[in-house]
Design a protein around this ligand. Structure first.
Ligand code: PMP
Length: 355
């Protein structure tokens, strides 16, 4: 039976990216050696990092003055590296869920944290609007897509202070105006690559403004200076990222990814809104195109396990909602096909007609 991978992360990747990564793990570019066993300083690996950076810059139209880094540690390590490198006195955070809260927790170790707004009052089902950003903050931190709650801030906001964004789960799903950001970061394991590498897009002249000493590995300047090669980077995940970047480019770039994301969302949200059994959890103007969250209506709550079992029997994988929201979540990252969304819709329709 065909499986449809709606996992929230690590998650679906294009088949060709998986096949080519697997092939390189057996024999990297006809070298007779596995990609797993070569030096990161090998002559044939440097071009991988170089091309990955070039494609990042090309696909996201990154202006001069920015550097792209490939690091270890996950987005979670960035939660601490950001205040280490940017927080002198006070930082502003927009609280849109668990990941934003975790980022705030780390920042509190370094200075004052101002929560500019929070959607905790409604279990993070919306993105707050019209919040005030303190002009004396060292930076404003936002989470553009909230993987757990299915909410997304799909426009690049204007900030009077340096803007820093966690784009773990929506990078490369739409064009972004990178010039509005001091730093953008994320774990790779949703729209970029297999798990194991963290991307950071950083405006170089925003670094070096804090007075504290920064441990070498946690100082962005170390990695900028050494081109992500200060220590051994995650070699295989970086290669899989390169393959996926080539794939995105061949598909028509982030504009094409955005169009696909809109088409997928129309299909799945359309069904959620039509189906008598289900209701979406996120407020309509905050709906994520990447993580589509929905629950059974109160009168059908007892069908929870039955729907999970039914969806599984139809090949749907990973549609169980996060425990903080309950219900269901269909993560529709770049590699999810229209056919996959149509299969999910058919499954929801059939389940409805059985009840
Ligand atoms: N931020 C967001 C928005 C996420 O979805 C996740 C992981 N799901 C993280 C941060 C944490 O990422 P990592 O596991 O790479 O540390």
């Amino acid at each position: 039976m065909k499986k449809y991978n709606f996992n929230a992360g690590p998650s679906i990747l294009p088949r060709e990216v998986i096949e080519q990564t697997a092939a390189a793990c057996l024999d990297f570019e006809n070298s007779g050696l596995s990609l797993m066993t070569i030096s990161h300083r090998a002559k044939n690996f440097q071009p991988v990092v170089d091309e990955a950076e070039v494609l990042f810059k090309e696909l996201l139209d990154i202006p001069e003055g920015y550097k792209v880094l490939f690091l270890g540690g996950g987005a979670s390590l960035e939660f601490c590296m950001i205040p280490y490198n940017y927080l002198e006195k006070k930082a502003a955070y927009l609280n849109t869920g668990v990941w934003a809260t975790k980022a705030m927790k780390e920042a509190k170790l370094f200075g004052e944290v101002v929560e500019v707004a929070s959607s905790a009052d409604k279990n993070f089902t919306y993105i707050p609007k019209n919040f005030e950003i303190p002009t004396d903050a060292d930076y404003l931190h936002i989470t553009s897509n909230n993987t757990i709650y299915g909410t997304e801030l799909r426009k690049d906001i204007d900030s009077p202070v340096p803007l820093i964004a966690d784009m773990s789960s929506d990078i490369f799903s739409r064009p972004i105006d990178v010039s509005k950001y001091a730093l953008i970061y994320g774990g790779a394991q949703k729209n970029l690559a297999m798990a194991g590498v963290t991307f950071v897009i950083v405006k170089e002249d925003t670094l070096g403004k804090v007075s504290r000493q920064i441990p070498t590995m946690l100082d962005y300047r170390t990695h900028v200076k050494k081109g992500s090669m200060f220590n051994t980077p995650p070699v295989v995940p970086i290669y899989s990222a390169l393959l996926n970047l080539r794939y995105i480019k061949a598909q028509g770039g982030v504009k094409a990814m955005e169009k696909l994301a809109e088409e997928r969302a129309k299909i799945v949200y359309g069904e959620i809104d039509r189906n008598k059994l289900f209701v979406g959890t996120a407020e309509e103007d905050s709906r994520s195109l990447m993580n589509i969250t929905f629950v059974l209506k109160p009168e059908y709550q007892d069908l929870q396990d039955e729907f999970m079992a039914f969806a599984t029997s139809k090949g749907m994988v990973g549609v169980k909602g996060h425990r903080d929201v309950g219900g269901f979540r269909a993560s529709c990252y770049n590699a999810m096909s229209i056919e996959g969304c149509e299969a999910l819709v058919a499954c929801m329709k059939e389940f409805e007609s059985n009840h």
